[in-house]
Write a protein of this length. Sequence first.
Length: 336
Amino acid sequence: MKLILKDYILELKHTFTISRESIDVQPSLIVVLEDDGFSGYGEATSNPYYNITVPIMMAELSKVKSIIEATVNETPEVFWAKMYPLLKHNMFALCALDLAYNDLYARKQHKKLYELWGYDISHNPITDYTIGIDTVEKMVEKMKELPWPIYKIKLGTNEDIKIVTELRKHTDAIFRIDANCGWGVDEALKNAIALKELGVEFLEQPLKADNWNGHKKLFQDSVLPIVADESCQVSEDIAKCHNHFHGVNVKLVKCGGLTSARKMLIEARQLGMKTMVGCMTESSVGISAVAQLLPLLDYVDMDGAMLLAKDIATGITIENGVTTYSDLNGTGVSLL
């Protein structure tokens, strides 16, 4: 097996702002695994919140290149278990590798990945489309630019309720709110009451990740469901989030890829929690991997490639929130 690493700078359509940062470009790593005439593709984007850069990921994967390339026909689960001890300090790099290996493995079986897993795609949830923090006028413009059935609204300002009140005047779409750790407990409880009246479905990560006492209070007292993001990174966090959140948003880059994400989502379901997978502004390489998990999900935020000025790959397509899979096997990806 051959390992190939490619770095890209993904340009965004619009400046993307959340409670802690603004970006115009998104650096991304593409991992390609080639074997027996087949190619598998994986992706992980950089993220300053987690101190992850593309050069760091490339360096970590290069260190274990000989082990990766010596792999012969192992299942993705066996491969992940072998690579985890070597890359557990950099789950983003492990994610990109795991996605590529799952893609390659399914292609060698001449199946789409969700088919290999035996998943029924007939009741897939539809994806939301994210509106980053901006002036109200710009946020309205973005909604009008792309009418959509569900919007995920980034908040964490001093005028959050005013923003949502204004946005509601322009659409009947479902709203989901992501404060990215930007609120306090009392603020979240108060905001939830107003936001429920404005047609908001749930709140994502209103408090700082380690505020477990606060999470518990919101879980007990909020009039809206609370979904964990920054508080739910790896498999051990599912049990911690139980009875502190109503649902979990699993990010492939944070948990080490599809192999671990599947286990986390199944565990969350067994605990009676809502399940969601989000994205980190990936291209169609990463988004097409997320799409393989749709049958396990209640909610999904897989609009990353839609936020780009220009994609670097083809794969799944999304129209009005509905996903259509590629005709290709694996995750269905081809680099442009």
